[in-house]
Design a protein around this ligand. Sequence first.
Ligand SMILES: Nc1ncnc2c1ncn2[C@@H]1O[C@H](COP(=O)(O)OP(=O)(O)OP(=O)(O)O)[C@@H](O)[C@H]1O
Ligand SMILES: [Mg+2]
Length: 247
Amino acid sequence: MIEIQRLYKSFDKLDVLKGVDLNINDGEILSIIGKSGVGKSVLIKSIINLIEPDSGKIIIDNTDVTGFSEKQFNKIIRPKFSYVFQNGALWDSLTVGGNIDLALQIERRLDETERKRRIKESLRLVELANIENVYPDELSGGMLKRASIARAIATQPKYLLYDEPTTGLDPVLANVINNLIKKLNDELGITSVIITHDISGARKISDRIAMLSEGKIILTCPADELQNQDNEIFNNFISGKVILNEH
Ligand SMILES: Nc1ncnc2c1ncn2[C@@H]1O[C@H](COP(=O)(O)OP(=O)(O)OP(=O)(O)O)[C@@H](O)[C@H]1O
Ligand SMILES: [Mg+2]
């Protein structure tokens, strides 16, 4: 379980996170929605120590990691996590298999036989078997996303953070990725946090939805109760209404 308590983060004079409270339960899919620039990426980067919060607490599996050094965090906590970046980002100079192997070498001490097995297994799980010797620039956008997800699951994380996994994909491919996220959650039990603008996809695959607005989580609700909320900012956002005077 991840417990985020009163988290604050500013950049110079820009206050981005202003007291975020959020729990992420083991085994669930939680989607975080909110306007562009509101701080969604900053929030999940804070969870894995890519950004250092100014104050507040992050408790992971009952361990308060807030005061951890980078070394402590990387040793004890980082192996529990994988992160699918907003831009997917595989190294063009390496094959798909090479990209996954690099992640395996950074994260853990595994021998070559085990790394090869994990590369094959993770590509099989995203239905991209036999492309390990292919270079990223030979893949379509949807295949690239799946390859970056394969890289993320190869290290067998407990928690998988996806930053906009369906942005830029057509509706059919977005559906493929959403189904894949659900399948990985079901079959591997991976606790998944998804940042997304894809409300209908989030509604379909998530257990809960949380909305970040003006530096705070203003609402969390079960995904199947999205339509019944008594919160104007939330309701306007999910129905696509634009409020011009809201900052
Ligand atoms: N390392 C940084 N240094 C300075 N400002 C930053 C940094 N990272 C993020 N910001 C700022 O924090 C704000 C929130 O950024 P963030 O990337 O979290 O938004 P977001 O909600 O993920 O938006 P989007 O939906 O467009 O991805 C933005 O104004 C951004 O410019
Ligand atoms: Mg972002």
